[in-house]
Design a protein around this ligand. Structure first.
Ligand SMILES: Cc1cc2nc3c(=O)[nH]c(=O)nc-3n(C[C@H](O)[C@H](O)[C@H](O)COP(=O)(O)OP(=O)(O)OC[C@H]3O[C@@H](n4cnc5c(N)ncnc54)[C@H](O)[C@@H]3O)c2cc1C
Length: 510
């Protein structure tokens, strides 16, 4: 059972790897290391339930672009319990992963390649490495159906037809039961894996030489401190809290940890989206209706995008259009028929109205960023200021992609999009997707990134990051599968480093 930090008798403990955060990123690194016999301690700020104290530690000052927040819950996540509506991240055991809807989507080789029209694009990682990690994740999490599965066949036929009509077809996977990292951690807890709750990492201390991390100090809500001495530490605190922790640790390095080139907190990206435009299907979509219906999970799903030729010709960012059937229960169908009101399903079991959501990638922008506020939280850590910005490319690409898709939808028989619900294709009307990307980006060189291709800080070689904070760019949707894949890969990297026995009894990283 996880214990609260205040219930640990010793005020200093030792572990091989301290993993800070228990969301999908932290859980993956911790479990993979523990399975290799490495002693891991997970330090989680929250409790094993929704907790106002812990969630208040996440509060930030938002300037620039509007962002979802708990004051406007009616717009967001109405399927979630009221406490979670409007939150863009969750401080509790399992993290924001406790509320995610479980769309697993991988990046393609083209997604991580540099694009001439997108400044700061291109990942330094070898795609073969990333792909190998995806394959492991697909096998470990059961993210595929058998090729002969009937649901698979309908989707495959639809995907082919949409691709033939010139669209980019993007697939993602929904599991039968959405993965929750806290369940995985509880199952793995044991001799090599321990979990501390109410353990907010407030200070990272370097060794005497000032080169390696030596200790993580956690605070509980009572104010009691616990020191965790470790050979390696992993920040798995999400794309907003990770730069906050690095920036606020300026007691040994004046600009914060890993920030020698003023990159920490910059390049903040999300997935701006607009939703609830409606689509009336045309002949092509009616023929392949089953490919976009929300059939029972587990299932492969698809969304559409401008084709590669259009993307290059018009120099667009990555965009995805989710087409979701507007469902009605049998009772609603009967009631509407009696009242003479619209019925969303026709006699051939074909859905006749769909909701449409556009989501887009953003171009990396150094001025879109996290900085520190002068106001501290309840544990004395400076709050963050979130200045989320759009570039001209973001604005042009968003509107142009939406217009292009609407035109192609009409021309190819996918259907007609109706913006009669107050929706527009202007980026200014969009909302965030609670996907926080780029704030400690991966680079080939310290001047280009905070972490290297293994997600290790250039400037602190035993401090690592497991989060979408490391993504240089973020495609149009669903970062979590890539967080998990990179975290799995990071675990292998740390394990290899630990296998090199240090020459003295020092705590420095191997
Ligand atoms: C409603 C909703 C739906 C979503 N649906 C999808 C989806 O379908 N597909 C997709 O790919 N993504 C989705 N996401 C995004 C997804 O939830 C995140 O990408 C994912 O949770 C990130 O995992 P993580 O481990 O990096 O961070 P988190 O899950 O946020 O975990 C971070 C952990 O760090 C802890 N922490 C923070 N600061 C400290 C500290 N100082 N000390 C100790 N612990 C700390 C937090 O309490 C938390 O447990 C969704 C998000 C929301 C809000």
């Amino acid at each position: 059972m996880p214990v609260r930090s205040q219930d640990v008798t010793a005020r200093t403990i030792e572990t091989q790897v301290a993993v800070i955060g228990s969301g999908p990123g932290g859980a993956e690194v911790a479990i993979q290391l523990a399975r290799r016999g490495i002693r891991v301690t997970v330090l989680e700020s929250g409790l094993d339930m929704f907790d106002p104290f812990a969630n208040a530690l996440n509060e930030a000052e938002y300037v620039g672009r509007r962002h979802r927040n708990a004051d406007t819950p009616e717009q967001f996540q109405q399927y979630l319990p009221a406490n979670y509506q409007g939150l863009n991240r969750v401080r509790e055991f399992g993290g924001t992963g406790n509320t995610w809807t479980g769309k697993w989507r991988s990046f393609s080789a083209a997604d991580v390649a540099p694009r001439a029209w997108v400044p700061h694009s291109g990942w330094p990682i070898d795609y073969g490495d990333l792909d190998a990690a995806y394959r492991e994740v697909i096998a470990a999490y059961g993210l595929q159906l058998g090729a002969d599965h009937p649901r698979d066949a309908a989707l495959t036929r639809g995907a082919r037809a949409f691709a033939d009509a010139g669209f980019g077809v993007v697939e993602y996977f929904n599991q039968g039961k959405t993965y929750r990292s806290k369940d995985a951690l509880l199952a793995a807890e044991g001799a090599t894996l321990s979990i501390l709750l109410d353990a907010t990492a407030v200070r990272l201390t370097l060794d005497e030489a000032g080169t390696h991390l030596a200790e993580v100090t956690c605070k509980g809500r009572s104010g009691d401190e616990l020191s965790v001495r470790c050979q390696h530490a992993v920040l798995a605190t999400g794309g907003l809290e990770t730069p906050r922790i690095l920036l606020s640790n300026h007691h040994q390095r004046p600009t914060g940890l890993g920030n020698g080139h003023d990159l920490v907190g910059r390049f903040l990206q999300d997935h701006p989206k607009i939703q609830n435009a409606e689509l009336t299907p045309g002949p092509l979509l009616r023929r392949h209706n089953r490919a976009v219906q929300l059939l029972r999970a587990p299932r492969r799903c698809l969304c559409l995008a401008p084709g590669e030729a259009d993307r290059r010709k018009h120099e667009l960012l990555d965009t995805a259009v989710f087409i979701k059937a507007k469902y009605q229960s049998v009772r609603d169908v009967l009631a509407n028929r009696l009242k003479g009101e619209p019925i969303m399903i026709d006699g051939r079991k074909c859905w006749t109205r769909f909701n449409v959501t556009y989501a887009s990638e953003q171009a990396p922008n150094p001025d879109s960023r996290i900085t520190l506020s002068t106001t501290p939280d309840a544990l004395g850590v400076p709050r963050m200021v979130v200045d989320w910005r759009f570039t001209d490319l973001d604005r042009r690409s968003f509107t142009q992609s939406a217009e292009l898709l609407a035109r192609r939808f009409r021309e190819t028989g996918i259907g007609v999009i109706d913006y009669g619900h107050g929706e527009t294709t202007e980026l200014g009307e969009s909302m965030d997707a609670a996907h926080h990307i780029g704030t400690t980006r991966m680079g080939a060189h310290p001047r280009e990134g905070v972490v290297d291709v293994n997600c290790t800080l250039f400037e602190v070689p035993n401090l690592h990051i497991a989060s979408s904070a490391v993504f240089p760019t973020g495609i149009s949707y669903s970062p979590t599968m890539t967080i998990v894949a990179l975290s799995r890969r990071l675990a292998g990297h740390i394990a290899r480093r630990l296998a090199v026995v240090p020459t003295s009894g020092s705590m420095a990283a191997s």
